[in-house]
Design a protein around this ligand. Sequence first.
Ligand code: NAD
Length: 485
Amino acid sequence: MNLDIPYHLENYIGGNLVAPLSGKFMDNINPATGEVVGKIPESGAKDIEVAVLAAQKAFAAWSTTAVEQRFKILNRIAELIDENLDVLALAETNDNGKPLWLAKQVDIPRASANFRFFATGIMHFATESHNMEDKAVNYTLRQPIGIVGCISPWNLPLYLFTWKIAPALAAGNCVIAKPSEVTPVTAYLLSKICKEAGLPDGVLNIIHGTGPEAGESIVTHPAIKAISFTGSTRAGERIASLAAPKFKKLSLELGGKNPTIIFADCNWEKVFFETIRSSFGNQGQICLCGSRILIEESVYEKFKDVFVGLIKNLKVGDPLEEETKQGAIVSKMQFDKVLNCIETAKQEGGKILCGGTAIKPEGRCANGYFIQPTIIEGLGPECKTNQEEIFGPVVTLQSFKTEEEALQLANATSYGLAATIWTQDITRANKMAAKVESGIVWINCWLLRDLRTPFGGVKNSGVGREGGWEALRFFTEAKNVCIQL
Ligand code: NAD
């Protein structure tokens, strides 16, 4: 299979790689070097229309394909992702700026795991029946919805793209999918992999372009009956306002401002290792990163001193180098946004304990978008820095005296995606987990994921859940059939 990356990427429609009908392309920039490395189709409503026609043509056959056959094709996609790990990981790093070792260890293996998980899952998916004693029996059919739209962000490009596409396809839908215009390359390569794996033409269509153009054309197209979106709360709000009046099924996985709660009785060896990851993994650009670290007052200074010391030594630089811990910020826009947020934190009275500035590595990355991991203290829960998602390598430290105060601080934002609790008192941990306002809670760990578990947020972090049966339920319509006995 040829996984060369052409200078001009193409859309994947009806099994063919095609240029956008507008003939227009935008720049694709490697954030580690600042160089334009390719061109991305600027697709719009007309491309979506052609993709919908291709999907409509494919739907009757795909939706009635035996689940074992669907399993075989999706499992083959997983195998081909594994076989091409190195090419895909390098493409992800060049697009996104993340360290290559991270793309190899996390992003690409998870993309194949997503396909494998839902390929096998559909073989075991079952529905309920409800018996009304001697009167009647009901059974539930779960049928594919039809054509569904999947829209994903840039932070974990292939990982999150496949997290939506795999269950949608497994459930028998045809898909119109749009990756982020900031990181399109692995989605482009996935189109070639799907073709090679024998996915029938038109079952998956991958359209490149911006949110307002290509994205909104997917959201508003009358034949696309469900939208699964992962991205910012701002875009989620816009998408909900467009899709809700058309009564589309909606799954929204949005932003976060997650608390990491550290009690004095935590496991001190583990807490540092994991909190470095949960604060700065992927340059802090994971929706699940803990950007507000809440520390019990009696150990605040102790935690701070060790943590700041460790973070000052994290190597920031060329993502292709093995010893790099922090790569580039994904784009110039995001780079400017994060630096502005650090300025705001200073104006709000925050004290920068480390980082706080951009850095210029020597050599090929001299024009890349790099920011030192930044730790800030001295800010209360109400300020912008502790309220708004920054989505970069920036965390704040706050102290608390009691469990109640820890909870108040943890819940003091409009978001509710994930929370991490560090304590060896398991009763306290369980009590806190029940009361913290978030869809996901980790106790003495972070980002330990079982793909069967429900994944999603409360409050402004989203609507609905992904993962396991939740995803297969989202991508099917339940129909009750009642038979009188
Ligand atoms: P974004 O909202 O700018 O874009 C996400 C995707 O939506 C992109 O493909 C974009 O082109 C598209 N889009 C943007 N506006 C649109 C519109 N009006 N209509 C249709 N599509 C539109 O987000 P981003 O900057 O790419 O990603 C970062 C955000 O994603 C952060 O807020 C982060 O917390 C969030 N995120 C959430 C999760 C989660 O599971 N909850 C996971 C990863 C990232």
